[in-house]
Design a protein around this ligand. Structure first.
Ligand code: SAM
Length: 502
């Protein structure tokens, strides 16, 4: 990549105000929503005839229309049509050769506008993606960015960087980022992405999984790895962006085990993953992920968000490759996928989040939690990464304490917790009490009068033990029995962020 030319392109794109907000202003909310459903017609109509540079660039890069040299020279005055061709973003016919699109994000540090370079998608290509396709920012990328904490750290490893989106996020909070990919093409496009955003603290390295960082350790690892389970037969295309070249979910196992070799004590890894549920002999999918982390000596918090049958999973990924159901090609691929699952006795595939931590003190009680949470996440626009780290810190605070120790802690109900009570008409006592969390995983738990009373009285001043005593008096129940019921519930509420150590 010609760095000086990339710099000229950056200044042209900034001057053109080629941003998410500007484009929405130019084509309107309705066209914007249509475009996100793959319908470009309203946007094409809205921009037709406009010589606003952002409109010219959107027609070229987002709507698939060619631009002649004179138009390009005007829209990109410092780069020019010749420069755009030299950078490989425009072809000889004046059509986009790469997808260059604005992307907006928000995290705890504030909002940011980026420019992302990736390969052209199916709409622009008019057909299935080639195996070496470099993915742009998709739903999974956004999900992962929302899981990454924003506390400052020295070093971050972005494993499988693709277009570079996670490296951009990481560079906001780290002194140094190493971003790796097996694909040389992905690294070329990531390098242009980084240049267009003026980000220089990311080092790009090529290789399989952790090979490019042998012997190095990081404070944080982030990865949306190529976890898609794919039959290893020649007739099935291997898409580099989603398939890490292993049998079943072995890629995820390799990433988890490898993380143990590359995290400093206290360092965390934030991953998206798939895991197989196999027949009764091999046990359940979440337990397998937990075992990989345990054997690697890592703490783990694994959250399953979705589970698919083998048939549904195969259909999802065959269609993702651009093959339509009902065609002979689809049937051949579906046979291959179902044979592959049958060979390992796979009964379902789970999808979700994996949070790993290198223990600081391996003799302390370690967090090893697996759970299914398939309700929508909380309302925080900045994601749940910081919430997860706060939960880990709260866990550390109470996990070492015995029950007497927990009883001596003062907790405060988190500010996003609300209580909901349902009554039979005319009744004095509620039939159902629910505690709801506004942020984080937006969990809802059913509480009895004692638990609701404990959370309600947790204002940071009273110790848990004192609240339990008062509740036992009030409810006329045995204090020891109430304590035995409530203290494990308090531990759970602390880990899940309902109660904060004061
Ligand atoms: C799903 S994409 C994620 C891209 C980007 N990080 C994001 O969040 O959108 C997975 C990336 O992993 C890369 N990859 C595939 N196999 C790999 C391997 N064995 N080692 C390292 N990277 C690999 C692919 O080239 C691709 O860029």
């Amino acid at each position: 990549m010609d760095a000086a030319l990339a710099d000229r392109l950056r200044s042209d794109l900034l001057a053109a105000r080629y941003t998410v907000d500007r484009l929405r202003q130019l084509w309107g909310d309705d066209a914007d929503a249509a475009l996100s459903r793959g319908d470009r017609v309203p946007a094409v109509r809205a921009l037709r005839g406009s010589d606003d540079p952002a409109a010219v660039l959107a027609r070229l890069f987002l709507l698939g229309e060619p631009a002649d040299d004179a138009t390009l020279d005007t829209a990109l005055p410092a780069t020019g049509a010749a420069g755009a061709r030299a950078l490989g973003i425009v072809d000889a016919d004046g059509r986009a050769a790469l997808d260059v699109r604005p992307s907006a994000a928000i995290d705890a540090t504030g909002p940011v506008d980026w420019l992302i370079v990736s390969d052209l998608g199916e709409t622009a290509l008019g057909g299935p993606l080639p195996p070496e396709h470099v993915l742009g920012v998709g739903g999974a990328s956004i999900t992962l960015s929302g899981l990454i904490p924003t506390s400052p750290v020295d070093t971050v490893l972005d494993l499988g960087t693709g277009c570079g989106i996670q490296a951009l996020h990481a560079a906001r909070h780290a002194d140094r980022v190493v971003a790796t990919d097996i694909s040389a093409r992905a690294l070329e496009l990531a390098s242009l992405t980084l240049a267009l955003n003026g980000v220089s603290r990311v080092e790009l390295r090529q290789g399989d999984l952790f090979a490019p960082v042998t012997g190095e350790r990081f404070n944080r690892i982030v990865s949306n790895p190529p976890f898609v389970i794919t039959p290893r037969v020649e007739s099935v295309p291997l898409y580099e962006y989603r398939d890490g070249g292993r049998v079943g979910d072995a890629l995820v196992e390799d990433v988890i085990r490898g993380a143990a070799e590359h995290l400093v004590p206290g360092g965390t890894a934030h991953l998206l993953a798939n895991w197989e549920y196999r027949d009764a002999m091999a046990g359940d999918g979440l337990a397998r992920v937990r075992r990989w982390a345990e054997e690697a000596g890592l703490e783990a918090w694994v959250v399953e968000r979705e589970r698919q049958t083998p048939v549904a999973y195969a259909a999802t990924w065959i269609r993702d490759g651009g093959t339509r159901v009902g065609t002979p090609e689809y049937e051949m691929l579906a046979e291959a996928w179902l044979d592959d699952f049958a060979a390992r006795g796979v009964t379902a595939v789970g999808f979700g989040y994996v949070l790993l931590r290198q223990p600081v003190d391996p003799t302390a009680p370690l967090l090893r939690r697996t759970e299914v949470v398939n309700s929508p996440l909380g309302s925080a626009p900045t994601g749940i990464g910081d919430h997860l780290l706060a939960c880990l810190a709260a866990h550390d605070r109470v996990a070492r304490l015995d029950d007497a120790g927990v009883a001596a802690v003062r907790f405060a109900a988190a500010p996003d917790v609300t209580e909901e009570r349902h009554y039979w008409p005319g009744d004095e006592g509620p039939t159902v009490i629910r505690l709801r969390q506004g942020g984080g995983f937006a969990r809802t738990i059913e509480a009895d009068a004692a638990l609701a009373g404990l959370v309600g009285a947790s204002d940071g001043d009273l110790m848990v033990g004192a609240i339990v005593s008062a509740l036992a008096d009030l409810l006329e129940v045995d204090e020891g029995a109430l304590r035995a019921q409530l203290l494990p519930q308090v531990r759970e509420l602390v880990l899940t962020g309902f109660l904060l150590p004061a």
